[in-house]
Design a protein around this ligand. Structure first.
Ligand SMILES: [Zn+2]
Length: 188
């Protein structure tokens, strides 16, 4: 398949995957231990993330034993009552929740924008990705979108206005999660 950045030409070859994922790198152990989160329920509060149940439980035990006025609450917590109640970890078993799935065409465009074009299955640290995303968000003109193209049986989906900025915002969040967890981001 040929992708022309900024152009509209793509024709999938049979058997080639139609989509691309930007995802946290995982190890086999992740699928057993999963990721654990502690949240207070305030809608704007950022859940605390822990790589294992043991670490999350240790944190909660300590926190819940602290005197009420000293108890930690998630960043963005706005309810004074959250301090009064114990917090408990819950498994967030779905690593794929952090995965961004895009079409091959849009994926290639995003990689090009991030300066990663032409690399086969790039792997990148959270820090590196965050830097590239911030540069792209600062420099990329607002995406005006492109129309869908129909060529016989092949439909090449265009982009709705603002699409690239929206995906860069998603990648920004993914990069921050990768940073917090000390994981690379992999593209496949
Ligand atoms: Zn709260």
């Amino acid at each position: 398949m040929t992708n022309h950045f900024g152009g509209l030409t793509t024709r999938p070859t049979p058997g080639e995957p139609m989509s691309m994922n930007f995802s946290l790198d995982t190890t086999p152990t992740d699928w057993e231990t999963a990721l654990y989160v502690i949240a207070c329920g305030c809608p704007d509060a950022a859940p605390l993330l822990f790589p294992t149940a043991r670490l999350a439980a240790a944190w909660a035990l300590q926190r819940n034993a602290d005197p009420e006025h000293l108890r930690a609450v998630p960043h963005g917590c706005t309810d004074d009552l959250c301090r009064a109640y114990p917090l408990h970890p819950v498994p967030a078993t779905d690593w794929f929740a952090a995965t961004i799935n895009v079409t091959n065409l849009h994926g290639a465009q995003l990689l090009e924008i991030l300066g990663l074009g032409g690399q086969e299955s790039p792997r990148i640290s959270g820090t590196d990705l965050l830097g590239r995303v911030l540069v792209a968000l600062a420099l990329l003109p607002v995406d005006e979108g492109t129309p869908d193209l129909v060529d016989g049986n092949v439909i090449t989906y265009g982009r709705r206005p603002g699409y690239l900025q929206m995906r860069l915002a998603d990648l920004h969040a993914l990069a921050q999660t990768a940073l917090e967890l000390g994981r690379d981001v992999v593209v496949f």
